[in-house]
Design a protein around this ligand. Structure first.
Ligand SMILES: O=C(O)C(=O)C[C@H](O)[C@H](O)CO
Length: 304
């Protein structure tokens, strides 16, 4: 299937702590979450990764197929497993604990890339996590971005800074280099503050525009999103909701935003839609389970 949005990164099985202390199994991995969120809005989406030859990997295959995410660029490999992580909740919000070192996705190399699929994608979506998991994964993402750009496609990049995966100095260097190859920059405010040393959202948007992005969507949490292009900028307000778990909220924003861009929305309308999708996603536990479908997002927007 020709896809509009191809997401590249690592899927990771999720165990999310509930108020009674038990752990709810689910699926995570920021780029996989983004792919599913985009598919739920009606976009043609594919996922590019390596999974282990294990039950976790197979459960992702079942999930992507059920969600209509194209899996022709997913390879099940021997050597390396599908990773897992635990989500716990405290006064500072959610915290991730990882068991993923040496995972199948982290062993991807540029030689593994499916060139034709990349050349056919309208948008390639990657993230800081896609590059943090290993040096070869970082190289693989750079190579994928080069292929897509050379073929005339666009690159979307979410900073998704995870300091448990790599030190800030390396994250800063790699993410800045990745963002410099992105047409659509999707930094979160907290990440951007750490990565750029800046704090004013407009100055941060200027920073990413200067790196070369044509669209910057700087997510500000409940305050919404600052959307900036070289020609215009606007704060698109968030929607006040009772949040129980922010896991996957940014990924839901990304998937919904990209889905609306490929459907023809301008970035401001796409952000209004994506803010509404993310506000629905934080009202349930887990990265994927509470992600809304298009009808629910449109109902929320109509009720606004
Ligand atoms: O750490 C990762 O790889 C994740 O992607 C975990 C979560 O699913 C993701 O961060 C939620 O945004």
């Amino acid at each position: 299937m020709a896809v509009d949005i191809l997401c590249l990164g690592e899927p990771i099985l999720e165990f999310n702590q509930q108020p009674d202390g038990r752990y709810l199994p689910g699926h995570g991995g920021d780029t996989s979450n983004c792919a599913i969120a985009a598919a739920r809005q009606g976009a043609r989406v594919g996922y590019l990764t390596h999974i282990g030859a294990d039950a976790f990997g197979r459960s992702f295959m079942d999930l992507w197929r059920a969600e209509g995410v194209d899996t022709s660029t997913v390879r099940e490999v021997e050597g390396g497993q599908t990773g897992i992580y635990f989500v716990t909740h405290g006064p500072e919000g959610h915290e991730f604990s990882y068991f993923r070192a040496g995972s199948a996705a982290s062993r991807m190399t540029p030689a593994d890339l499916p060139r034709a699929a990349l050349e056919g994608a309208r948008i390639l979506h990657v993230s800081g996590i896609s590059q943090a998991i290993s040096e070869s994964a970082a190289d693989t993402v750079f190579a994928a971005m080069q292929i897509v750009r050379a073929a005339g496609g666009r690159v979307s990049y979410d900073s998704n800074l995870r300091l448990k995966l790599w030190p800030l100095a390396r994250a800063r260097a790699v993410i800045h280099a990745g963002m410099a190859m992105a047409d659509i920059a999707l930094p979160g405010l907290e990440d951007a503050e750490l990565l750029t040393g800046l704090s004013d959202p407009d100055t941060i948007a200027d920073f990413y525009l200067a790196l070369g992005a044509r669209i910057v969507a700087l997510t500000l949490g409940p305050q919404g999103t600052l959307v900036a292009t070289p020609e215009a900028r606007k704060r698109v307000p968030g929607r006040p909701v009772q949040a129980v778990d922010a896991t996957g909220a940014g990924d839901t924003f990304d998937g919904a935003f990209l889905a609306r861009l490929v459907a023809g929305n301008d970035p401001f309308a796409a952000a209004r839609y994506a803010n509404a999708a993310a506000a629905l996603a934080v009202q349930g536990y887990g990265a994927v389970a509470p992600m809304p479908r298009r009808a629910a997002v449109e109902a929320a927007l109509a009720g606004a």
